[in-house]
Design a protein around this ligand. Structure first.
Ligand code: FES
Ligand code: FES
Length: 163
């Protein structure tokens, strides 16, 4: 059966892009298979785990649930887009510094969500961070060190000085 394709244009990590995508393709598949953005992970594929979290127009979304055609005219940021010219984004560095990363599979999504939370609430409390990260599941860390990292970001307010 022929799949119907649609042309979309959108911004990905600051670059204007155009692409024909099957109308049934999910954003996660497009990011990984068409653009090599493999930092964004496929896990449950059902919107339950947050491993596929990316930003779309500044909001975090589960890219496994979003159709690629709905990216038309939008601005997407993946974990690859968080890098600064100096290297790791301060939120990434905080996760490293606090030993918050074990196998790392959940981390791109977790860091995207953590960055979103602090960006939108520079006075984020530990409890608010815990609630805000509820949709990002991790099998390894027990979350304590993740919350330590986010709390450290809030305290030093490094997020506000993104290069
Ligand atoms: S892979 Fe998208 S929420 Fe789990
Ligand atoms: S660090 Fe392994 S799943 Fe989170």
């Amino acid at each position: 059966m022929m799949s119907v394709e649609t042309e979309i244009r959108f911004k990905l990590n600051g670059r204007e892009l155009g692409l024909k995508v099957p109308v049934t393709m999910k954003t996660l598949t497009m990011l990984r298979d068409k653009f090599g953005m493999t930092g964004t992970k496929y896990a449950c594929g059902e919107g339950e785990c947050g491993a596929c979290t990316v930003k779309v127009d500044g909001q975090t979304v589960n890219s496994c649930l979003m159709y690629a055609v709905d990216c038309d005219g939008r601005e997407l940021v993946t974990i690859e887009g968080l890098h600064t010219p100096q290297g790791l984004h301060p939120m990434q560095q905080a996760f490293v510094d606090h030993g918050a990363i074990q196998c790392g599979f959940c981390m791109p999504g977790m860091i995207m969500q953590a960055d979103y939370l602090v960006e939108n609430n520079p006075a984020l409390t530990r409890e608010e961070a815990q609630r805000g990260l509820e949709g990002n599941l991790c099998r390894c860390t027990g979350y304590t060190k993740v919350l330590d990292a986010v709390q450290a970001m809030v305290e030093t307010k490094k997020c506000c000085g993104r290069a």
